[in-house]
Every structure is written in C-alpha cells, then in structure tokens.
Design a protein around this ligand. Structure first.
Ligand code: AGP
Length: 608
C-alpha cells in the first residue's frame, strides 16, 4: 500500500508533491522519491530511504522549478527498502519515470524478457519492469505506450508516469489499486487516495480498472482503449482528512477487514507455476528438506494462532511432526531443537522481542529459521536464514486482521510446499488445493457484502461479561483468534476451548449469562461439535454459530447462525475468521470502544 501523488500545472510542482507525500505517509514509509520533467532531455529524480522527511530535507534546498512531476512513498513488497528500490523508477535512458502502488505478479518473467532485449535493471522491484515496458513501447505517445505496457501486466497496479519528451503530461493507469484524479482547469493531480488531493480539489474521478487518464495543465482526458475517449462522472468528496485516510471507512480496522480479499490474492499471487508450489524464499536444499524431522512454529498472540492453523495443515499434508510455541515460553524452556528442526517464526511486525529472542535461541541450537512477516526490512528478516513476506500492506489498526489472514495463506503455502517436496501430494492434488485456496478471496467478499446476521449476533454479546468460543480442529484454531479479537477491542472476557474439552471442566461456567460462539462449519467433526453445542444449550447458553451455507440443522440449536460459503475444511480458518473479526468489532463499537487503538495495547511489542 504505497503512496502515489502527481501534479501538472502552472506553478512549481515540488512543494505540492511533498505536501501530498506527507499526507500519504501513513500508507507506508520505508523510502520515498520524486521525479520532475524540466524541459530538457532528462528528468530530475531524487530518492531517499526512510520517511518522507528524509526526502524533504534534500529536496527543499534543491532548485526544482518544474511544474510537472510525480512522487511516491513506499511500503516495500519486492526488494528491500533502499535508494535503488525507491520509486520513481526509470527506463534505461532515464527519460521515462513511473511510480506504482500494487503488485505485478508476472514481474519475474517480464524482467527476464526485457533483460533479454537488452534492458538494464537498477532495482529489485516489480515496478521497474513497467518503466522498461514503457520504454519498449514508447513511440512518441506515452498514453499509447501505457496501454501496451499494462496489457502485459498481471496483478494489481495504480501507475503514474512522466516522460522527458512530454514535459506537461502525466499518464496514469489503474487495475485493482485505487487511483483518484482531479483538475481545476489550470492544473491536474493524481493520487493513490483522496487525502493527497483534497486541498487541491474535492471534485474527483476514481479511475476504473482498465482506464487510462492523461493529465495536463489544462485538464484530464480519459480513455478505456487506445484512442477511445470516455467521460467518467466526477464525484464530490466531503470527507474530512481523517476519513480520507480511512478511505471513507469509520475506522482502519473495518477498512483493513475489507482489504482482506485483495490481501489474500496478493499473498497467493505467483506461487503456483507449472503445477508446482514455488517458494523461492524458503531456501532449503532438497537434502535439507528431506532431513527435516520436525517443524517448530514460534510466535506470539495472533501470529501464534496463525501457527496453530499451520500445524493442522503441515501434519495433514506433509506428515511432519509440528509444534507451535508461544515465544515468551519457548525462550525460557530448554526446548529440543536440532539441525533437522525447521523453525518458522511468525511475526507481523518482525520486531516482537519475545519472538526475536526465540529465533536467536533456535539458531544457536543449529536450526534453520525462516521468518514469515509483513514488514520488509524488519529485524526478524535480518536475524533469520530466510524470509517469506505476506502481502498485507501496512496494517494500522492495532488488532491484527488482514495480516492474520495473510499469515495463514503464507503458512498454507509452506505446508503445501513441504508436502510437495516430500512427495506427499501429487501435482494434481497440489493444483486442486491451490485453486480451492484461491476461492477464499471471493468468498470473503461475499461475507463482507452482507454482515447483518453478524451485527444481530453481536447483540447477544454486547452486555455479557464473559463468552466462550468453541470448535474442533481448524474450527478450534479459529476460536482462539476470535476470542482474542473480542478481548482485545471490546475488553469483554472470552475463552476459546476445543469443544471436546468443555465437559472436562469449563462447562461449569456455562449458563444463560455466558454466550457461546461455536464454529461448526462443514468438517469431519461437525456432528461432534453439534453434540457439544447441545450440551451448552442444556445449560441455558445463548449460542451463536458460524456454519456452512445450507446447513439448516444448525438453526435448531443456535439463536444466531452466521453462514459462510462452503470451502475445503483445510481453508476454513481463512473464511470463518472474518465473521469473528466483524463480530468483535460490532460488539466493541456497541460498547463504545476504540477499535483501532485499544487500551493497553501496542502494534508492535518490542519489550519482553
Ligand atoms: C494482534 O491483534 C495482537 N495485538 C497481538 O497479539 C500480536 O499478534 C502479537 O503481539 C504479535 O505481534 P507480531 O505478529 O508483530 O509479532
């Protein structure tokens, strides 16, 4: 989730661009850059690692009179945070510059193709392939070149490009990553979200997928095909600045919950090639893979719950004994870790002190440690043998939502990869499972399209003092995270238990004042879970069930049923978690809690 801003008009662009970047910094800030046309054969380009202020400290003292430019603040997805990887990226001749928000899924193939045609790359990023494609197709019209270039791209992109030959023009394109443009008749602006253009104009056009816009000082022209002009409607935005940062959502948590379909797609993208799971960053030799006799997953909090899902899948598919360890306990035990233990450290921030300490302990014991994280360049990436990045973009709400689902997707890919490499799953089985996994993204969109049943169910919890979450197998792992979400943001006590455990003590807690949330989706243990629900019903519990669409039996034993689309049980944690995120949020909002910044919590726990 990077920040893009562009300006072309009759006043110098520099300060306008830097102001726009400053407003986009909440979207990501590991590096930033600016590019301006200056009427000569060259572009003026400045990059800096770090926050926008680092770039401003250089640019402010530079004489950059140009009235046309683009700028970018980066949340790294491909290529570590560095000056070379900072946007804008240029073509071989430095005459075309482009900034990008999104992920080019087929960038590796395009990069090889362009290199074979003589293009020289200066960065590790997916974005730079666009600069060289524009160069490849440029014959005097940047918009035409853009149409040809985006025709080669797979994935999500919001793009803005300038060319030295056309110093009064910015060409923008969009697919799946938002692009907003506006004009006041003497200048035009583009940005990756409203907050950067609001001071310039509130009458904007949100570009549609496949459209290209050509911005100049006297206006904007829109095309949906080369030479075919269209005239999209203008929207007047009356959000305040904070609402604009949240893209109109009432809070970042809801915005990030709604980003999950895209996050799942981005995290999955490019990992199935020629019928095989490809995880280039899991750098284990075939001998090392064959020698693995145990997997140990280390994490804290929500990331620990993602590890619980992974254990189910690694043992099911790869048949490798797998443990999941709370890092703060692991580091003080005398754990059995050897050189044939594969350690996977899961951390959204990559800065969690307990997890980092556990990583050091595991490496000292001779194990290979691979990190699964959302934050490029974070400490865990520097202390592990390798890193697999989830593609959740910056997660601002303290309570993890989209990063959790992205972690599950990444860990699922690892489980499939291990099974593949150990010969436990055939290519046909891998292909089938991967494509079933891909269904979770549109299924999340369906769940998000109608949350009325979830909102109604929340009324059962709103005035409760405690709640019990129960499930079996994958359903039990979902309950762990569901209960944590409720605790974190609504301050309502909740416990998660394997449903089969209730009769061994916890059922003593159950009465009409302790609502029970049961995850009872289609699974081999569904009937057992139904029996457990009947046990709590007999004690007067109010039951909220998460069930599979079409399962009408559940309506007989649950006051509220939240349906999710049918999916292979192996992937149900991804879809069943979404209603529980929303349920926790509805309860928290009803209880007047701040869902983005809950009391006592921090986004990254860098202390013990
Ligand atoms: C997330 O909702 C929680 N606030 C918290 O448990 C978090 O998952 C935990 O602190 C681990 O953080 P990490 O993933 O950045 O290591």
């Amino acid at each position: 989730m990077c920040g893009i801003v562009g300006y072309v008009g009759i006043t110098p662009a520099k300060d306008i661009l830097m102001e726009g970047l400053a407003k986009l910094e909440y979207r990501g800030y590991d590096s930033a850059g600016i590019a301006l046309t200056d009427g000569t054969d060259d572009l003026q380009v400045v990059h800096r690692v770090g926050k926008v202020a680092e770039l401003a400290s250089v640019v402010d003292s530079m004489d950059l009179p140009s009235c046309c430019g683009i700028a970018h603040t980066r949340w790294a997805t491909h290529g570590r945070p560095s000056e070379e990887n900072a946007h804008p990226h240029r073509d071989c001749n430095g005459r075309i510059a482009v900034v990008h928000n999104g992920i080019i899924e087929n960038y590796a193939d395009l990069r090889e193709e362009l290199k074979s045609q003589g293009h020289v790359f200066a960065s590790e990023t997916d974005t730079e392939t666009v600069a060289h494609l524009l160069e490849q197709y440029y014959e005097g019209d940047l918009a035409e070149a853009m149409f040809k270039a985006v025709d080669r791209l797979q994935g999500a992109y919001g793009l803005a490009a300038i060319c030295a030959d056309q110093p009064d023009q910015i060409v923008v394109a969009r697919k799946d990553s938002p692009i907003v443009v506006g004009t006041d008749g003497s200048a035009s602006m583009v940005a990756s979200d409203m907050v950067a253009v609001m001071n310039f104009t509130r009458d904007v056009v949100f570009l549609e997928d496949g459209q290209i816009a050509v911005l100049s000082s006297d206006g904007i022209r829109y095309y949906d095909a080369p030479g075919h002009e269209v005239h999209p409607e203008t929207t007047h935005i009356d959000w305040d600045e904070q609402a604009a940062e949240r893209a109109g959502y009432p809070d970042f948590m809801l915005k990030e919950i709604h980003e999950q379909p895209r996050v799942v797609r981005d995290t999955l993208a490019g990992h199935l090639r020629d019928g095989r799971i490809v995880l280039e960053d899991l750098t284990l030799t075939s001998e090392e893979l064959a020698a693995i006799d145990r997997v140990c997953i280390i994490a804290c909090g929500t990331s620990y719950h993602a590890g619980l899902v992974a254990r189910e899948l690694i043992e099911k598919w790869a048949r490798i004994p797998t443990s999941v360890e709370v890092a703060s306990e692991f580091r003080y035990r005398d754990p059995i870790i050897t050189s044939t233990t594969l350690v996977i450290a899961v951390s959204q921030s990559g800065e969690t002190a307990d997890t980092l300490a556990a990583v050091r302990l595991a490496r000292e014991a001779g194990a290979k440690v691979f990190a699964v994280t959302n934050c490029m360049g974070s400490r865990i990436t520097r202390e592990s043998d390798g890193t697999l990045y989830v593609k959740a973009n910056m997660e601002i709400s303290v309570a993890a939502t989209k990063s959790f689902l992205a972690q599950i997707v990444c860990l699922t890919l690892i489980a499939l990869f291990l099974a593949q490499e150990r010969g436990r799953l055939s290519e046909e089985e891998i292909d089938g499972l991967y494509h079933e996994l891909c269904k979770t993204s549109p299924q999340i969109e369906k769940i998000l399209a109608d949350t009325s049943a979830i909102e109604e169910a929340a009324t059962v919890l709103e005035h409760a003092h405690s709640a019990m979450y129960v499930g079996r197998g994958i359903g039990a792992t979902v309950c762990n995270e569901g209960a944590l979400k409720l605790k974190e943001i609504s301050y309502l006590h909740a416990e998660a238990y394997a449903a089969g455990e209730l009769k061994h003590g916890p059922i003593a807690l159950i009465d009409e004042d302790v609502p029970v949330v049961a995850v009872v989706t289609q699974s081999p243990t569904r009937e057992k879970t139904i029996s457990n629900i009947e046990e709590v019903l007999a004690r007067g519990a109010h039951v909220i069930a998460v069930a599979t669409e079409g399962d009408t039996e559940i309506t007989k034993i649950a006051e509220h049923v939240i349906y999710i689309p049918p999916i292979d049980d192996s992937f149900s944690a991804i879809t069943a978690s979404v209603p529980l995120q929303l349920l926790a949020r509805f309860v928290a909002k009803a209880r007047g809690c701040d869902v983005d910044q809950p009391r006592n919590l921090a986004k990254s726990v860098t202390v013990e």
